[in-house]
Design a protein around this ligand. Structure first.
Ligand SMILES: O=c1ccn([C@@H]2O[C@H](COP(=O)(O)OP(=O)(O)O[C@H]3O[C@H](CO)[C@@H](O)[C@H](O)[C@H]3O)[C@@H](O)[C@H]2O)c(=O)[nH]1
Ligand SMILES: [Mn+2]
Length: 485
């Protein structure tokens, strides 16, 4: 009985933040602005053109002040209950997650940074057989591929180390730059393992560094031979399974490298195009019901973040209303006081929590957990339902097979995987690392005459959508979205 009560408890709660003082100060500022405007209007006859311009500017400032004030009037944050989630869902019932990392330029975004992002994902506290890490390389760089191959070898010891000692920060470059972390564990074996791991990481970094110094990072033989004929903007699709998860006892997730096809005359739509390809390739290969996207210069600083996000996405209320769970960006090694506001502290703290208290946070382009079926077009205003078996479905309308193909493109495998997702079939997920079919959906003309990048959702406002055509950024208005702090 007690158990039953516990499992029906909500998995997350919105906590409203009290902020009477800042409300009073904001209202007072608004009053002063109104008084200023009233003064300008009342003394209109005595003033010249410059006063008129000042009046226009002050009016505009007052409008933006009112908008900002109303945005942050009722701030909230989300509290998640991991213990309740783990009571409700056993390890084997946890849903799969496809994780996307995007990189585009091995010079501006050095591969060691991407490697750290990937390592922090591989070591997440989540069953590894439910995780797949896809790296999209828009630079088609041998160096990036080489770095990932080497990182996968290092991960074989890094992941068990993190799990054994419950390491909090699982991006090695951050972990090893703080000596204090070596002293916070009393287990006798720890110091020895820590030193060994540090040495291994230094070897990995110098290997990548040395490769970066050479004009050709490594011999273009074997798995690298494919890079011998490529140019960054002119090459066929390259997809490689760097590490395949062997099943439930294997601690390493899948690692898959993707460099989508590029041709000089074909638009590639920057990150948005890469995200579309990642969505399709992962749909064919692992088809997880949830997806996480990260820029290559982000890393995960909480190893249980997937469980936190699932508290929101799997909660019975969240299931009906929440399209995605967004995590804020934090910056490391920033200058003290942040005089120029580069760390974006105010944005998530004030505006972000304000949005969270209204309908929900907006999508920030990275660090976001997405519900795959929402991407594919399920958008009922109050409920994210599943489609009926055997019928493609979008925006409340059932589609014929032909219409489904027009929407998702001509890959039969992908259309089938999308239909499974729309129908809520997760027990029968595609688990085929079929490179040929995957290459087809990563080709640069796959999206012609399909709904990728257009239609599907009417609201395409922020970040990727309008300028760069990302299919996925259309879903803001309808759902509540939650902000994980
Ligand atoms: O052709 C491209 C160009 C960029 N990227 C990747 O897109 C991400 C973001 O690009 P970046 O140039 O770093 O943009 P930022 O201004 O730093 O990124 C912010 O703004 C972007 C939208 O303008 C969002 O997509 C990002 O998530 C958000 O962090 C990076 O991982 C890039 O590797 C690609 O994959 N292909
Ligand atoms: Mn960036």
């Amino acid at each position: 009985m007690v158990m039953e009560n516990k499992t029906s408890l909500p998995l997350y709660e919105k906590i409203w933040v009290k902020h009477t003082f800042s409300r009073v100060m904001d209202s007072f500022t608004l009053l002063l602005l109104f008084l200023l405007l009233a003064y300008r209007v009342s003394s209109y006859n005595n003033h010249n053109f410059s006063c008129f311009v000042a009046f226009l500017c002050e009016s505009w400032f007052t409008i933006t002040w009112i908008t900002t004030m109303s945005t942050k009037w009722t701030p909230a944050h989300t509290k998640t209950f991991l213990d309740r989630l783990l009571l409700r869902v056993s390890d084997s019932e946890l849903p799969a997650l496809d994780m996307f990392v995007t990189t585009a330029d091995p010079v501006l975004e050095p591969p060691i940074i991407t490697v750290n992002t990937v390592l922090s994902l591989l070591a997440l506290d989540y069953p590894a057989n439910k995780l797949a890490c896809y790296v999209s390389d828009d630079g088609c760089s041998t160096l990036t591929f080489y770095a990932l191959v080497e990182a996968a070898k290092f991960a074989e010891i890094w992941v068990p180390f993190c799990k054994k000692y419950n390491v909090q920060c699982r991006a090695p470059f951050r972990y090893f730059c703080d000596e204090a972390m070596a002293n916070n564990n009393d287990l006798p074996q720890f110091k020895h393992d820590w030193l060994k791991m540090k040495e291994e990481y230094e070897q990995l970094s110098s290997k990548i560094e040395n490769a970066a110094q050479k004009s050709i990072p490594c011999q273009l033989m074997g798995e690298f031979a494919v890079f011998s004929q490529t140019q960054a903007r002119n090459h066929p699709t390259i997809i490689r399974v760097i590490r395949e998860n062997k099943g439930i006892s294997d601690v390493m997730p899948h690692i898959i490298y993707i460099s989508r096809e590029k041709r000089p005359k074909q638009p590639h739509h920057h990150k948005a195009g890469a995200m579309n390809v990642l969505t399709r390739v992962s749909g064919l290969m692992t088809n997880a019901p949830f997806m996480l996207n990260l820029d290559c210069d982000m890393y995960v600083n909480n190893s249980k973040i997937v469980l936190h996000a699932l508290c929101i996405l799997l909660d019975s209320k969240g299931e009906k209303e929440v399209a995605f769970a967004q995590c804020p960006q934090r910056f490391y090694d920033a200058v003290k006081d942040d005089a120029y506001g580069n760390q974006l502290v105010a944005l998530p703290m004030y505006i972000g929590s304000g949005f969270a208290g209204l309908q929900g946070i907006i999508y920030a382009g990275t660090n976001c957990f997405h519900r795959r079926k929402v991407m594919y077009g399920l958008s009922p205003p109050n409920e994210i339902q599943n489609a009926k078996k055997g019928q493609g479905f979008t925006n409340g309308t059932f589609l014929s097979e032909k219409e489904t193909m027009q929407k998702f493109g001509t890959s039969k495998g992908f259309v089938e995987s999308a239909t499974h997702i729309l129908e809520g079939i997760t027990s029968d997920l595609h688990k085929s690392l079929d490179l040929e079919a995957a290459s087809k959906v990563a080709s640069c003309d796959y999206e012609y005459n399909t709904a990728w990048g257009k239609q599907v959702w009417e609201i395409g406002l922020i970040f990727e959508s309008k300028t760069t055509n990302w299919f996925l950024s259309y879903y803001i208005k309808i759902f509540q979205n939650n902000f994980l702090s």
